[in-house]
Design a protein around this ligand. Structure first.
Ligand code: ADP
Ligand code: MG
Length: 448
């Protein structure tokens, strides 16, 4: 059964309108351990869905179960019959009429309707890893076309590029609701160009892209190797830039790392400002988890928040995914959101951790601090032993599914309250760089 959990996850990833329009009405034709078959009402719906949401859905499904296959079919609601799930032909390879993919959604709302409500500056947590990028994006939205043009936001997957570029659009529209803000993924831009050429409607495409006040193009790295689209982008860029209209692009590669990118475009990217997003530090991750929980009304205790923040290091999307998964699980199984639940749910997400035992952790901790395992288990109170002991208990709690009494026993028969206190103490002190370094180095050791 994937669908109920998947729906919860998607509700969080997509904006409300997209969720209500596309996800909610989907018919589940089959939901089995290794396959999920969903029905869409018509060819147009299937096309639109495939172009805009299939990737997201597939990505989330794969995350729940790497082997699960997603199949989309055309299925008028009245045809749905649970007894005959195979009744309709597979729609995957059906050619179908390809409507011109206009950059606006089908039901006619303005182009900026795709800007996501929740991707605002207010919801973007900053820390040393992303401060500069956020500040640059903010000043661009204060002063579009004048501050930095173009603004090139660089960062690896899941670090907030899309969030930031939406926030720019949002902020500009908040200040000036009449501004013509055009947000587009590069994939969609390329599609538009291809369809424009095929259907001889390039003039229309050009008008849309060249008449805006602000052009936001997400994931520009995908334009590499696509000649017609690069040409179109180049001229669009020149037109907009000359008119002091703002251009913002994001990319997971730096301009000089992009192969098959025309030199003239590369050089345009250097005209403005290039800022980068780095993986957030622990404090920032913790703040992101807490903020997200607050926004979504998820009752999240400090211990679980810290556990999640420590579990995922280099991708905010995965960090949020963990939170959502844990919370969806709690809701669906009507259980409180405890550490036990969090650990169980995230065990598959963090597979390398699940094999660890308290003994392995004791050993690694002893090695790291250059103390004896017997000493960790002993009643010695010297600081040189007490700190490693606390760290060991903390790591046992964090990295294994052992309960506090079990951890107490593993450390020479201590009481479970000792383990609880150790975990708390270390958690609270992780902001101290020295202690954090110890913890991280031991974790590193455990991964090897
Ligand atoms: P990218 O486009 O770089 O792959 P996204 O912008 O899609 O990444 O970010 C992934 C998820 O993480 C989004 O839900 C986004 O809101 C969230 N996110 C990323 N960075 C932050 C941050 N600094 N504060 C709050 N949420 C963030
Ligand atoms: Mg993105």
């Amino acid at each position: 059964m994937h669908w109920p959990e998947l729906q919860q996850v998607l509700r969080n990833r997509l904006n409300e309108q997209a969720f209500a329009t596309w996800i909610q009405p989907m018919r589940v034709l089959r939901d089995e351990p290794d396959s999920l078959v969903l029905g869409l009402p018509d060819v147009f719906g299937l096309d639109w869905f495939t172009n805009h949401y299939r990737d997201v859905l597939e990505e989330e499904l794969k995350r729940m179960n790497p082997h699960a296959l997603l199949e989309l079919r055309i299925e008028a609601p009245e045809e749905v019959s649970p007894e005959a799930p195979d009744a309709s032909p597979g729609a995957e390879d059906r050619p179908g009429p390809q409507p011109l993919q206009s950059p606006t959604p089908p039901n006619g709302s303005p182009a900026n309707a795709v800007i996501q409500d929740r991707y605002t500056f207010a919801n973007f947590i900053t820390g040393p890893s992303n401060q500069l990028a956020a500040a640059a994006a903010h000043s661009v939205s204060e002063n579009p076309g004048r501050a930095y043009n173009p603004l090139f936001v660089f960062g690896k997957a899941g670090l907030g590029k899309t969030h930031l570029i939406h926030a720019v659009g949002h902020e500009i529209l908040r200040k000036n609701p009449k501004a013509r803000v055009q947000y587009q993924t590069t994939e969609q831009f390329v599609n538009d160009v291809v369809h424009g050429i095929q259907t001889k409607r390039m003039a229309e495409i050009r008008r849309i892209y060249r008449s805006c006040d602000v052009l936001l193009i997400d994931d520009i790295q995908f334009i590499a190797g696509k000649e017609a689209s690069q040409d179109e982008f180049f001229h669009t860029f020149n037109t907009l830039h000359a008119a002091q209209k703002q251009v913002v692009v994001t990319s997971d590669k730096l301009p000089h790392e992009m192969k098959d990118l025309e030199e003239r475009i590369r050089s345009r990217f250097q005209w403005g400002l290039i800022v980068d997003l780095q993986p957030p530090e622990l404090e920032t991750r913790l703040a992101i988890v807490k903020k997200k929980a607050e926004t979504d009304g998820i009752p999240l205790g400090d211990e679980v928040a810290m556990f999640i923040a420590q579990s995922v290091r280099s991708n905010v999307r995965e960090l949020e995914g963990c939170l959502i998964r844990v919370s969806a699980h709690a809701t669906l199984s009507r259980q409180p959101l405890t550490m036990e639940l969090a650990k169980t749910v995230l065990k598959d997400v963090l597979p390398s951790r699940s094999r660890l035992t308290c003994d392995t952790i004791l050993k690694a901790t002893a090695t790291h601090f250059d103390v004896k395992i017997q000493d960790l288990k002993s009643s010695k109170r010297a600081r040189a032993i007490a700190l490693p002991r606390q760290v060991a208990m903390y790591l046992c709690r964090k990295l294994t599914s052992a309960s506090y009494p079990e951890i107490g026993r593993a450390l020479g028969g201590r009481d479970h309250t000792t383990a609880i206190n150790a975990f708390k103490r270390v958690s609270e002190r992780l902001a101290e760089p020295e202690l954090r370094r110890h913890v991280e180095q031991i974790e590193q050791l455990l991964q090897e």
